[in-house]
Design a protein around this ligand. Sequence first.
Ligand code: AMP
Ligand code: MG
Length: 412
Amino acid sequence: MLSVAEALDRMMRGFAPLGPERVMLPVALGRFLANGIDARWDAPAFDDSAMDGWAVRAADLEAASAEAPVRLRVGATCRAGERQASHEPGTAARIFTGAPVPAGADAVVMQEHVQVDGEAVTFRAPIRPGVNVRPRGSDLRAGQRLLAPADRIGPGEIALLASQGIAVVDVVRRPVVAIVSTGDELVELGEPMRPAGVHASNGYALAALVEESGAIARCLPLARDDLGQIEQILRDAVCWADVVISSGGASVGEHDRIRGALERLGARLDFWKVAIKPGKPLIVAWLDKRPLIGLPGNPVSAFVTFEIFVRPCLRRMLGDPAPFAERILVRLAEPHRHGTGRPEFARARIERLDDGSYRARLHPRQGSGAVVSLAGTDALVVLPADRSELTVDDLLVAARIGGRGSTTSPYV
Ligand code: AMP
Ligand code: MG
């Protein structure tokens, strides 16, 4: 049985960013660049005014003061979107924010600081050259590196790219994930319930986790505990999916068919057990470089093992250089007892206290069958394998469900 660290390490090694795809800018949100992008234009593209006011030659206002104001004749008018005007020395040009500063003027006086009467503008103070003028290229030069490969596209990056007229970018493609739920007892939502039937909830939960990770989920029809059927479904799925995830049938019961189906397919089995609670049966196999991941059928186990092992792999495929959730050290709100032997990943809610430390409130139902513990919780807290009595003073490792931003797993 592998430790969490060993299993994660072996698994992550097989995953790399997928190839690029070209998308329109808004679609790039949350994605990772496949290539670097350089500036196409100087920014600003011309000397422009940062204010509504009056463009002047600073030299014309050198002598201006409250006692001896300087009057300048009204000259050109410069509006945003109009070609650069020329500036006649000894005049003041009416100018609006974003308009090209007229050739010959070198400063803009805020309109609030002048007095206008008919044909003349009165200035009561000198101004330094350059004030309220944004020189061409002062933010960016054409050709300068804007964004590097693997940079994440957030709203700020979208703003920058759009300001450069860049409407199309190459980002790492999203993995397509096939989800196969297996079990003779499973009943599809909307189908009439059968005696001893179980609503097939894992497909929905896993699809939500996959989509939340940034990948594309494709749920297949329910599969029976039938070796031939499962083999065929997996064989088809690897043809079009980047990752195949199954739930159920991963342990060693006679109806647990996943391992057998993988063997018949000729997949290379990497491992099938991890020392973790809830979880344990977790099968990772490879067929023609395609990963097949067998999660336990137990809804809590499937959820937790996805969170710890599968999410970072999908994030890495998406090109995320920091695919793991960040580690948070927490103290429990109440003392807790748990079984030892394997580290237990407890579902919890964490809050940040005024002193900056974190407190975790474990869900009262921590049984591996307790689906109730999945709703309303936002973190997993690791209860150590070697100690059954935990106090409110123990510092424990935790991470937010759905987190990213770290280059190493919070749990190892
Ligand atoms: P298994 O891993 O196949 O032994 O299943 C373990 C437990 O999880 C059993 O109680 C199953 O009924 C349940 N289970 C398996 N698959 C699903 C599913 N897709 N949705 C909900 N429960 C499931
Ligand atoms: Mg089963």
